[in-house]
Structure formats: structure tokens, C-alpha cells
Write a protein that binds this ligand. Structure first.
Ligand SMILES: [Fe+2]
Ligand SMILES: [Fe+2]
Length: 175
């Protein structure tokens, strides 16, 4: 594998692991403020992010390439509001989408077809991840912090019936 691509795939692990830790910390905070549906959804998202890191780790390991497990900084333990937390999720997913696009471009530039195919999965996954975060953020803005509205969204998340989040919840963190 091209050295730069190898280094950047290793560097990308940081983003996936950090998202896993941040989403878990968010899940715990949301459970503390009595939004267990949000918590359950985010625990699933956290597990998804770990599985993303493992996809890259397995790809490198399968090709007998060195994997460096990154150091992950401590994460916040609370956020301003659930809306602020979901806005942070959308921002973080958009950042990951850009990072994946750069990795994909690089893999094509160096003609690494196996890496391109592996990364193609991530390109599709990011469309879903952004869609879910954007849909949820839109719904949170609609209720504008209203308690009853929040409880309704929380119940939808617990049942896995938030539009866009449906497929993900149904898959129960399989990806
Ligand atoms: Fe991810
Ligand atoms: Fe993600």
C-alpha cells in the first residue's frame, strides 16, 4: 500500500474511535437527564463507530500492514442541550464525510482498488449517518425544547421510529 494512504488510514482511526467515545459519553448524559430513548440510540451509534474503526483495522491487518491504535482525548460529560448535542453529531459526521472523501480520492489516485472498495462502503454509510443526524436535529428544532415534544422524540428513538433513523435502529447497531 502507498505509504501516505497507509498513514492516513491509521490517522482516520482517531476520528472513528473519538466519535465512539463521544457518542457513548452523550448517551450517558442523555440517560442522566431522563431521555433513555436518546441514550439507547446513541449507545448504538457509539457501537457503530467502533465497528467502523474495526473495518479499517481489519483491512490493514488483512493486508499485513501495521495498525496504530490512537490515543483518544477525554470527552465532555455534558452538553448545553440535546439539540446542541445533535448539532455536534451532525458537524462531526460532516467532518468524517470529508475525511472519507479525501481517503477515497487518495486511494483512487494511487490505484489501490481494494482500499477504494473498502472506502466505498463508508461513502454510503456517511450519507445515512448525516441523514439521521439532520432529521433528528430538524425535529428537535421543531419542538424547540418543549418537554412533551422531547418525550415524544425520545419515545420514537426508543422504538426506532425516527424517520431516517429507522433502518439504523432496525439493524440494531450491526454496522
Ligand atoms: Fe463512523
Ligand atoms: Fe458516524
Amino acid at each position: 500500500m502507498d505509504q501516505t494512504l497507509h498513514d492516513r488510514l491509521n490517522a482516520h482511526l482517531q476520528l472513528e474511535f473519538e466519535a465512539a467515545h463521544r457518542y457513548l459519553s452523550m448517551a450517558l448524559w442523555l440517560e442522566r437527564i431522563d431521555l433513555p430513548g436518546f441514550g439507547a440510540w446513541l449507545r448504538g451509534q457509539s457501537a457503530d463507530e467502533l465497528s467502523h474503526a474495526h473495518r479499517i483495522i481489519d483491512h490493514l491487518a488483512d493486508r499485513d500492514l501495521l495498525v496504530r491504535i490512537p490515543e483518544i482525548p477525554a470527552q465532555p460529560t455534558e452538553w448545553e442541550s440535546p439539540e446542541a448535542a445533535v448539532a455536534a453529531i451532525l458537524e462531526s459526521e460532516q467532518r468524517v464525510t470529508r475525511a472519507i472523501a479525501d481517503l477515497y480520492d487518495l486511494s483512487e489516485k494511487v490505484h489501490d482498488r481494494a482500499a477504494s472498495i473498502m472506502l466505498q462502503w463508508f461513502v454510503n454509510e456517511q450519507v445515512e449517518e448525516e441523514n439521521v443526524a439532520r432529521t433528528l436535529l430538524g425535529r428537535l428544532r421543531l419542538v424547540g425544547g418543549d418537554g412533551v415534544g422531547m418525550l415524544m422524540i425520545d419515545q420514537e428513538l426508543a422504538k426506532g421510529t425516527v424517520p431516517g433513523a429507522m433502518a439504523e435502529a432496525g439493524a440494531n447497531g450491526a454496522e
